[in-house]
Design a protein around this ligand. Sequence first.
Ligand code: NAD
Length: 557
Amino acid sequence: KEEKRMSTTRKVKARTGTTLECKGWEQEAVLRMLCNNLDPEVAEIPEELVVYGGIGKAARNWEAFDAIVATLKRLEKDETMLVQSGKPVGVFKTHERAPRVLLSNSVLVPKWANWQHFHELDQKGLMMYGQMTAGSWIYIGSQGILQGTYETFASLAEKHFGGSLKGTITLTAGLGGMGGAQPLAVTMNGGVVIAVEVDPDRISKRLQSGYCDVSTESLEEAVLWAKEAKANGEALSIALLGNAAETHERLLQNGLEVDIVTDQTSAHDPLNGYVPVGYTLQEAAVLRKKDPGEYVRLSSKSMAKHVELMLQFQRKGSIVFDYGNNIRQVALEEGVEDAFDFPGFVPAYIRPLFCEGNGPFRWAALSGDPKDIYRTDQLIKELFPENEKLLRWIDMAQEKVQFQGLPSRICWLGYGERKKMGMAINELVKKGELSAPVVIGRDHLDCGSVASPNRETESMLDGSDAVGDWAVLNALINTAAGGSWISFHHGGGVGMGYSLHAGMVVVADGTDLAEERLERVLTTDPGMGILRHADAGYDKAMKEADKHDIDIPMKRR
Ligand code: NAD
């Protein structure tokens, strides 16, 4: 009862400015980023502590949230708090160069690593689902995924359409926390997109934030608008209210020529993330509570159909790819034998970037002042004037991205570049050119931090897709290097049993100690990406290792 009362009345927002609630900027940064994850502008269902990605949460329950906050406020600069699946379980004296917080989220012993066992524990209050940046407190709203999605579509455009999506139609589904970036990422690349979404509130959110241009409940209208825009070479994003497993079938019957098909419904979680065909949102919510087993049976069946329809588009000539939600796996288990006939987005478009230690670098201004981020945008231009794609992204982001919660920025940077940028940000804080410290982190979807055979490590050259050691080593080395908070998670992105991954955040507070830590962590972290891909035999990664003089004792030749 108490939990319910608290959940309906709570509103969380990160403090801004330079007055601290904690005993140092590092602890303050953790507190602000935890609160920022639950800011109603940032989180998908903040009253339930859900940040994004199905039921990806920031804390196990409100009681645990309060305990984390209270502990952070009293945490000394030489202490480390331990958080087990969203609950603070201990504080130890460590030392100033150690992380202030270490987190482990949703990690289950492999034999028990499935949704069923997770839900049992979740219901008993023993676990929470941390997704990737939800439980590790470095989610920055849809901008975080926008850049990655922009990169993916840009890379696809390069590979198949001469560098632009102008005159193409993309079909996708899911306008949630992450999927909501798809419409803007496609229009930024000049294309037309129809994004099917079953929840009208999600559509409204994307229209309000400017991530999507128009919406309709009429499939015929969506088709008409898409064809018109394509013919005129205009970029346009259209949200279509409906269930993808149903609308995709009607679109095939309609004969609409679709160039690209993908999907970002929360298929990784058949109970909470995907709505079965024939159910309204309300009916689905009732069934989910009343008969979870039946819900999962129906949603899995719908996903199988959804994948079959994607395969039909592929046979008609569309470029089809999986966007990291594990929908192919569900379909395979439901008997769709050719479910994996279309590739995942990493082997198709992202792996060459991973071989360079390139990945989703992000930072947030603890001051709350957008001017601080605009100054760092300028810094990117000063440091990397030759990188045209990066500069184009910064200009577009400034123009199109509305900040959610604390102002933040993301861009993909490689080995060497991340250290350069991080240390330069620290210098700006030191000189007072930024009004407060900045936190620097990344998504777990990165080059050296994740083992996920249906996504980041799909089709590795040496078949090492399911080797989880790399993610563990990433968390360990970043802890040794002195990250400010380091996390290890299971099940993010693709669901229970399918991934292991690590997160890192380091605070640039303008001190010499921060400089030292930034230099180390922003070397070890992307360095893991190069090690991982060089070890798997990628030439590009081996060349990068040589170029940067990275010490690999048994380097292949
Ligand atoms: P979310 O739960 O916030 O959003 C999912 C959306 O799908 C919801 O809005 C829901 O209403 C909609 N939906 C569910 N069933 C539907 C159906 N049958 N038809 C149409 N719409 C339906 O999740 P999110 O954060 O947007 O993430 C989406 C998925 O993408 C997750 O599986 C996530 O793990 C994955 N993901 C992929 C990447 C990546 O690899 N690029 C990154 C992050 C997340």
